[in-house]
Design a protein around this ligand. Structure first.
Ligand SMILES: [Fe+2]
Ligand SMILES: [Fe+2]
Length: 471
């Protein structure tokens, strides 16, 4: 069988500059988001320019093509898709951010936010993108919401199942009706019977990853049942988007069939990943690369732009907490968080924020060990970094959520030891607290999850940048 090479990207969230890219309201919106908005068009142009001139056979986009379903964003990004299609085939699915936006489409002017932005509804959206890949579509299924899932013959030897899971699952959750799932099973089996390799893409997660604390609600309904049925039908590889995290996970059905999920990070957020998949003789090889830069308004930006923009979500909050109560309130509100107690507690918040901005690894280690009688953090590990500021390490570990722990590969072992040691503290403290057993167990479970999250970030279970899968 021949070789097929595909590129996958996800969660472009293209934002039309006509929605406003200046002023306090835009700054608050942009500063509260891991992905970039004003620069999204330039990022797409850079990625598409690269891919058009690469050796890929086709590009696949796994949903959330627009920022928040704004008509103007859809119109502009579709032009870019049509232009790309002149060079290479493009297959795409849309998802909830492209239509089901709960009145969220907004524009920004000065310090004002306006909601008078026209957005697409489901049927309009479905028809708007129906033409992409049509000539290679060999089967189609209409979901309970009027969207279409499609099976594409992308090469002589490979089929792609591109399915729309929007609100089609149990109780209107993302997922699949029984009829939809049966159709998917049929397509997988038919591809296998025809001697083809088959892979799939959906938008929401088939398998949770990183930590249930972060992305418990991001998966499709009845996820393990669906994963088992797809694996038992013969599907071995599913690409998903939505979480904006680059991460690979595996699941084994009760019948012993394995399925691998590749969660593609957001193209317009750190680390701006492009997932390359080469399929040959029943074997798929994944290689993840990060976009190294783009040009916006005549200015060149490197890969560090994405890193800094994502870090700013945390840094802006911390700086505001340390210096300006109103700024802190505005920034939290921009993230949809309204905390009434801020006025009363601000003196405390400011104190801790100022400490957090300044504290060294040595200072933090001494503090923790003081409260734990010297048993909290490995003293040797702390000593290795005692004069370094703690904050850059916290930011690097935070970024590992998005980059599949790419940064962790270069992190000193001593830093990993300190991070994991510190994460065990809440659990150890709860163990000693004189509170009711049920409450203690609940808290203990949450803190154990925090600990598992830290471990996963610094010691990832998989190599999220490279893997090989038997299809
Ligand atoms: Fe998204
Ligand atoms: Fe999404």
């Amino acid at each position: 069988m021949g070789k097929t090479k595909l590129a996958f990207v996800a969660d472009i969230h293209y934002y039309s500059p006509r929605l406003g890219t200046e002023g306090r309201a835009y700054e608050l919106r942009s500063g509260s988001d891991q992905k970039c908005l004003a620069e999204s068009g330039a990022v797409v142009d850079a990625a598409f320019g690269l891919l058009k001139n690469s050796d890929i056979d086709a590009l696949v986009i796994s949903g959330d093509v627009s920022n928040d379903g704004e008509r103007v964003s859809h119109e502009e990004i579709r032009e870019k898709f049509l232009d790309f299609q002149k060079a290479k085939p493009l297959y795409l699915i849309t998802s909830t951010h492209d239509w089901c936006t709960d009145g969220n489409p907004r524009r920004f002017e000065g310090d004002k936010v306006y909601n008078d932005v026209e957005a697409f509804d489901g049927p309009t959206l479905d028809a708007y993108y129906a033409g992409f890949g049509k000539e290679n579509c060999i089967a189609e299924f209409e979901t309970s919401r009027g969207f279409h899932s499609r099976c594409f013959q992308v090469s002589d030897s490979l089929r792609l199942l591109a399915v729309n899971d929007d609100a089609d699952g149990p109780g209107g959750k993302s997922g699949y009706s029984e009829a939809h799932l049966c159709w998917m099973e049929e397509q997988i089996k038919a591809a296998k019977a025809a001697g083809m390799d088959v892979i799939a893409t959906e938008h929401h997660l088939l398998l949770p990853n990183v930590s249930p604390l972060i992305n418990k609600g991001q998966s499709i309904g009845d996820q393990y049942e669906v994963a088992a049925r797809l694996a038992d039908a013969g599907l071995r590889l599913m690409f998903v988007g939505h979480s904006h995290f680059q991460r690979t996970s595996e699941f084994l059905s009760p019948a012993g069939n394995k399925i691998t999920q590749v969660n593609i990070g957001s193209l317009c957020g750190y680390p701006a990943p492009i997932n390359y998949l080469t399929v040959e003789n029943g074997r798929a090889a994944l290689r993840v690369e990060f976009l190294q830069g783009f040009t916006h308004n005549g200015k060149a930006y490197g890969a560090d732009f994405f890193k800094e923009h994502s870090s700013a979500v945390l840094l802006n909050l911390l700086n505001a907490a340390a210096a300006d109560k109103q700024d802190l309130k505005d920034r939290l509100a921009a993230q949809g968080i309204r905390v009434k107690a801020i006025d009363k507690l601000y003196f405390l918040i400011r104190h801790f924020a100022r400490k957090a901005l300044k504290i060294t690894v040595g200072g933090a280690g001494r503090l923790v060990n003081f409260f734990t009688f010297g048993r909290g953090v490995n003293k040797k590990a702390v000593k290795a970094h005692k004069k370094e500021k703690l904050l850059p390490w916290i930011l690097e570990i935070f970024l590992c959520i998005f980059d599949g722990s790419y940064l962790a590969a270069d992190m000193p072992d001593t830093v990993k030891t300190v991070a994991v040691d510190v994460s065990t503290l809440p659990r150890r403290i709860v163990k000693e607290l004189p509170i009711k057993k049920a409450k203690k167990e609940k808290l203990y479970k949450t803190f154990a999850q925090i600990e598992a999250l830290l471990r996963e970030l610094v010691y990832p279970a998989y190599d999220n940048m490279n893997c090989e899968i038997d299809l």
